[in-house]
Ligand binder design. Structure first.
Ligand SMILES: Cc1cc2nc3c(=O)[nH]c(=O)nc-3n(C[C@H](O)[C@H](O)[C@H](O)COP(=O)(O)OP(=O)(O)OC[C@H]3O[C@@H](n4cnc5c(N)ncnc54)[C@H](O)[C@@H]3O)c2cc1C
Length: 343
């Protein structure tokens, strides 16, 4: 039976991107069943137009007001337990499931592994693309495998964790295979008993302020949601895409030289004996925190977040990001690069 994806033309993507920029898509197809995707990729529109995979649009910057191609919006639903014993569970979620709702579902079941990733906006299928992370946890820590469909050949493929080249806000899907595969489902291995990770950010301070000594999974989940709400702008009020830049990882010698000039420079251990420096601190030191014009700016509570106050365009954010990059580089000799996907 054919269940064609309803194809629309000239669709404004404003409700589909968390910056809230206007961008008209020439074609827009919503995928509610995998079969619709299989049919879409043999259609003439698909063959003749460039395409963009769009899930929740929380990590995308539309640079222009027209997307001259086909937007494939993934909205498939379903959560299924594949295996369970007294210690662990393997659970599968379809790509279009809402990530925060899925995390909440696992918490309510009493499963450990995704709790520190609570409240990260987006859909399940986009989570491996940049190996989402927060509060000392990354998607890869409990990711088993994902299933994906190749957009040119229609081939279905399973990617095991080792094949995904996960790194800091990075994966094979953001590099070599960018735009080539639609991730259709993810399998997670979650634990029924585990230590909670409380050392990151201000989790401990929050719990102690609220008189919570030995938090339950649910209390930790709720604490992280509250901390995030206090720190990050609500996309329904102020357009943004979370952290706009990645934290740069620099050589130890460069860091030591910087530390002489800035003894209080915050830092963390990076991979291969390198040092990770918070991009938000660099941007703040370069004087950008709270900067704004009529349309866009740098969030006053967190300099890593670029915001859209209304009636701006993606180009305004691009210009601002370039000015920030130039001034951080001039002051510290460090080139910061965007985490957000430019379209
Ligand atoms: C307020 C706020 C806070 C945030 N906090 C964090 C945070 O703490 N940690 C963090 O890591 N991120 C954070 N983010 C970024 C964002 O939430 C994540 O990157 C999230 O995974 C994006 O999901 P999405 O569904 O919105 O993806 P989209 O923005 O729609 O897509 C992101 C990228 O993935 C591709 N893609 C999407 N779906 C698929 C698919 N099914 N198959 C293949 N490719 C696909 C898209 O083409 C695009 O390149 C934050 C964003 C906001 C707005």
């Amino acid at each position: 039976m054919c269940i064609f994806a309803p194809m629309k033309t000239n669709v404004n993507l404003q409700p589909y991107n968390s910056f809230g920029f206007n961008a008209i898509a020439k074609y827009f197809a919503e995928i509610n069943e995998i079969q619709q995707l299989e049919e879409l990729i043999i259609s003439d529109v698909f063959k003749n137009e460039k395409h963009l995979i769009l899930s929740g649009g929380n990590n995308i910057l539309f640079q222009s007001e027209f997307f001259d191609g086909l937007v494939i919006h993934i909205n498939t639903k379903g959560i299924k337990i594949l295996k369970e014993d007294e210690n662990e569970v393997v659970v599968r979620a379809q790509a279009g499931e809402d990530w925060p709702d899925f995390v909440r579902f696992t918490i309510e079941k009493g499963w450990f592994g995704l709790e520190n990733l609570a409240h990260i906006p987006g859909k399940v299928g986009a989570a491996p693309v940049q190996n989402i992370g927060a509060y000392g946890m990354e998607l890869k820590d409990s990711f088993l495998q994902c299933e994906a469909i190749h957009l040119e050949t229609g081939e279905k493929r399973v990617f095991k964790k080792e094949e995904c080249a996960f790194g800091y806000r990075n994966s094979i899907f953001k590099n070599e295979l960018k735009g080539q595969y639609v991730i259709t489902s993810l399998d997670f291995l979650l634990q029924k008993q585990a230590e909670l990770k409380l050392e990151y950010g201000n989790i401990k301070a929050y719990l102690s302020e609220h008189g919570i000594k030995n938090p339950t999974l649910l209390q930790l989940h709720d604490a992280i949601c509250a901390i995030r709400d206090a720190k990050l702008p609500d996309v329904k009020q102020i357009g943004n895409a979370g952290s706009f830049f990645k934290n740069p990882v620099i050589e130890k010698v460069q860091f030591e030289a910087l530390q002489k000039a800035y003894p209080n420079i915050p830092h963390y251990d990076g991979p291969n004996s390198k040092v990770k420096v918070p991009a938000g601190w660099l941007i703040e030191q370069a004087g950008w925190k709270g900067w704004r014009n009529e349309h866009v700016g740098v969030y006053d509570k967190q300099a890593l977040v670029l915001v859209h106050y209304g009636d701006g365009t993606g180009h305004d954010i691009v210009e601002l990001a370039q000015r920030i990059q130039a001034s951080v580089e001039a002051k510290f000799g460090i080139r910061i690069s965007p985490e957000v996907n430019f379209v």
